[in-house]
Design a protein around this ligand. Sequence first.
Ligand SMILES: Cc1cc2nc3c(=O)[nH]c(=O)nc-3n(C[C@H](O)[C@H](O)[C@H](O)COP(=O)(O)OP(=O)(O)OC[C@H]3O[C@@H](n4cnc5c(N)ncnc54)[C@H](O)[C@@H]3O)c2cc1C
Length: 394
Amino acid sequence: MRILISGAGIAGPTLAYWLDRYGMTPTIAEHSPALRTGGYMIDFWGAGFTVADRMGLRPEILRHGYTVQEIRVVNRHGVRVAGFPAEVFARATRSGFTSLPRGDLAAAVFGTIADRVETIFGDSIAHLEQTPTDVRVNFVRHPPLTFDMVVGADGLHSRVRDLVFGPEARFERYLGEKVAAFQVEGYRPRDELVYVMYSEVGQQVARFAMRGDRTMFLFTFADDDPSGPSDLDGQRALLRRHFGRSGWECPQILDALDTTTDVYFDRVSQIRMPPSNGLWTRGRVTLVGDAASCVSLLAGQGTALAMTGAYILAGELHRTGGNAAEACDRYQRLFGPFVAKKQRAAQRFAGVFAPKSKLSLFARNQIMRLLTTDWVANLTAGRGFKDPIVLPEY
Ligand SMILES: Cc1cc2nc3c(=O)[nH]c(=O)nc-3n(C[C@H](O)[C@H](O)[C@H](O)COP(=O)(O)OP(=O)(O)OC[C@H]3O[C@@H](n4cnc5c(N)ncnc54)[C@H](O)[C@@H]3O)c2cc1C
């Protein structure tokens, strides 16, 4: 079975790994000229961790990962005002838990298929046409090719979804916040293994010190306007507008931002596709990862969910002997309700990243203080860190 996967992020290469392992022939088309390794620190656990484990990636992921010791909130003078030990998260998950840069995870997953799966970098699907027996694909650059199936694993702003299901605006639910992530070398101060956050009403900036004298930064801010600059200068200017007069290390972090060109900047949005209309599948085309069901960074689990969905889709294709209709139906029934739950939970989390008022900022910090008490931490994390899905063995 020849399957074209659009997108070499996290979901695409995971899907390619399993399809290849089951004897099918995946091809990836990635519009960037090389693997994109940007992004922020992700917490990685749950069903996605189990999938990574089944791919033999546990040692590599743990090697790149960090065992965060403390989540710390500071005031405008850098003085600690709230926080809790991060090990409550690890304790609450049975699968394994680590925090690692998204780019390291992307590279590790891609490494499993780099020598085995054809990847067309620097290209994108221009047009596709489904016939009863196959899908004919025209690329922007590459000559046309024919596949048995096409999977859109091309992220929040999926091209495949646009071409086959309709414009993004129909499925995107903007959560009223924007996010920017970047890293630089040599930043001072450093707080080893501490996730340091400074929040004001409607916005927050966080930093984490990494190996190799690098530091990662994450800005999140409330913004009613879903549109935003797509060019780097415009993004920098918008961040300066929001954080230019802020306390703590904000001026210094904005200066650091000016020294890099690798900035991840996006809306915080979810993708919700109506189950009544075939959910993620139209004939021989289906979607996986953020393209299908982006949960947003508020879920803290986008990468793990992308890997879980990809694993199930590949497994069902294998189980049904390549029957796309039956496999997609089972994939959606197994994974759909699970990811919908995660989306609802993520929406409730919006206030943590950009508290709407002084009162909610105060309340959030109080809750964080309570997490220093063992039984409260166990109860809270125990609830939030359950992955109510049984991963099939294929
Ligand atoms: C560089 C980068 C940095 C990120 N940083 C963060 C972060 O800091 N915090 C956070 O919460 N989430 C971040 N994300 C999103 C996060 O990675 C996803 O939520 C999660 O990994 C789901 O994985 P995915 O494979 O579905 O999507 P993604 O990881 O977004 O991968 C999608 C892939 O598709 C490619 N693509 C896009 N359009 C096309 C096209 N037309 N044709 C072919 N390929 C295409 C993209 O280049 C990308 O490689 C980032 C994504 C990227 C690409």
